[in-house]
Ligand binder design. Sequence first.
Ligand SMILES: NC(=O)c1ccc[n+]([C@@H]2O[C@H](COP(=O)([O-])OP(=O)(O)OC[C@H]3O[C@@H](n4cnc5c(N)ncnc54)[C@H](OP(=O)(O)O)[C@@H]3O)[C@@H](O)[C@H]2O)c1
Length: 325
Amino acid sequence: MNAVRLLEYGGQLVFNDVPTPTIARDEILVKIKSTAVNHLDLVEASGTLRQILAIDLPWIPGHEFSGVVEQIGSDVAGWAPGAAVFGTSEKGAYAEYLAAKPAAIARKPANLSFEEAASVPVAAQTAWEGLFTHGHLEKGQTILIHGGAGAVGAYAVQLASHAGATVIATASRGDEAYLNSIGASRVIDYREAQFEKALREKVDVVFDLIGGDTQKRSFLVLKKGGHLVAATQPVSPEETARHGVSGAMMRLAPSADMLGRIARLLEEGTIRPDVATVYALQDAAEAWKDIAGNLPGVHGMSPSGPDGPRPARRRAHGKIVLRVA
Ligand SMILES: NC(=O)c1ccc[n+]([C@@H]2O[C@H](COP(=O)([O-])OP(=O)(O)OC[C@H]3O[C@@H](n4cnc5c(N)ncnc54)[C@H](OP(=O)(O)O)[C@@H]3O)[C@@H](O)[C@H]2O)c1
């Protein structure tokens, strides 16, 4: 099969022929239609965090996909060849075939294209877990979402709004109308205003998709007993104790059940996906260049630092998708 691979840390992506994976008894062979690019792919490939994000070289990147079930392992129940699916995988999805675990896939929403479906699993499940598993968000509460116009943030805004919360988001000024259209009641321009000064009332939950100084200042806007959920860097236990809040850095733990619930919300039109750009699989290196300048505090690795000066948005909302077949 054709696949994109990284041969050495920090090296170029190469597109060539590799053996098609064989499946274990508890796996499903998926013929991939589309996959999506995540910041994590680039961080893993750089090798900068290899102590905690180790990869086996040569390595096929890609943590999410959409496709069609091709073959079923003998221990797998509930799936049949031909089913359209989407999901996450520990194994690389920048390829024509993938051996996937049933515990991390769900039926593709019928109203979504394969390109749209591939853009959903990581961002939407990160948002879901951030809000509900770690943030314990409830109807009637107020949440502040940092980076609300990004891929994860847009799902967080939609899911929080659907759950009956009041949603405040930080973003660039140009994203205000977009964020209002998906459920934010207030948008604070992070380039122009300090959110802790702009906010009159404290919030129940902060979902921090930025880190750095943004995270530090977030303690000032949380109610006592509130929750700070971070997606990019650990939360200081000293600061959480000092402010009487809980704080945790989340790491996505995908599940078929959660993805299935997200699929239903997508199918009924309650939430929607956004695809910024579609590249062909063999142009993955171009897609990486597209995202590389837009890494807001990926575990503190942004070239300009998490809150440093950044160029204005260069691309449309949503994920960068790679079309495989
Ligand atoms: N822990 C986990 O399990 C997990 C899972 C998925 C993702 N993540 C991480 O979550 C982060 C967000 O991912 P993503 O895919 O949503 O990124 P993304 O699509 O690139 O979005 C980032 C957004 O943040 C905005 N932004 C940048 N600096 C900001 C600031 N200081 N204040 C407010 N907004 C700011 C950007 O706006 P402009 O472009 O207008 O500046 C952009 O809209 C990444 O660091 C990613 O690695 C973690």
